[in-house]
Design a protein around this ligand. Structure first.
Ligand code: HEM
Length: 180
């Protein structure tokens, strides 16, 4: 994780040339930052089963009959961790998105944190503009460590299932002034 943070800081320092924060137009010049956001949404989709949908007509999907009126839940959490879809799916590896066209705008069915189609999240553009800005501000302004000197590689990432995904044990981080 240290290596990942250093790589992100290096990318930010190089592109921002001393400026503390980025603006929207700069995000496209920060591939590692964008890859971290994608990888986070892949491994920890905030809406793990999207929202419930209903089949308007009876249809057949991969030999399964879905009757008219059935409630349909799409388990994007499981798709994101499927080893037949993702290489080494349980590892947090932003590099997998570097040089890849895979995006979360509803065209790539293996990465659907915002869903797809007519009912996909209308906030996708706002969210994907805001997340990199907030993340950059947090990383540039502070150095972060776990409380009580806990080892980051041992961080318990167990999750609590619900309409939205939560960490089972809340994350407690200690900020200190950035060494940048
Ligand atoms: C990381 C941030 C976000 C994620 C991962 C996310 C994800 C989702 C998902 C999975 C759905 C369900 C889509 C479906 O029914 O298949 C949804 C619906 C929705 N989202 Fe988001 N969302 C995010 C941020 C936002 C923001 C910032 C807004 C508004 C400013 C927003 C507004 C909505 C609304 C209004 C719906 C309901 C759409 C409908 O039922 O037609 N979301 N979102």
């Amino acid at each position: 994780m240290d290596k990942l943070r250093e790589e992100l800081k290096a990318e930010l320092s190089q592109s921002l040339e001393g400026k503390p924060l980025i603006d929207e137009s700069e995000v496209s010049r920060l591939p590692y930052l964008s890859a971290i956001v994608k990888e986070t949404l892949r491994l920890h989709p905030p809406a793990p089963l999207l929202l419930p949908h209903r089949a308007q007509e009876t249809c057949e999907v991969m030999n399964y009959v879905v009757p008219k009126g059935a409630q349909v839940l799409v388990n994007v959490w499981a798709i994101s961790r499927d080893p037949t879809v993702w290489e080494d799916p349980m590892s947090f590896k932003p590099e997998r998105f570097i040089g890849s066209q895979v995006d979360f705008r509803g065209q790539d069915f293996k990465l659907l944190p915002f869903s797809a189609g007519r009912r996909m999240c209308p906030g996708v553009s706002l969210a994907t503009r805001q997340i990199p800005l907030v993340l950059t501000a947090l990383v540039r302004s502070f150095d972060w460590c776990l409380s009580d000197g806990e080892d980051e590689t041992e961080l318990d990432m167990s999750e609590k299932f619900g309409t939205t995904l939560e960490k089972e044990r809340p994350l407690l981080l200690v900020p200190s002034q950035s060494s940048l």
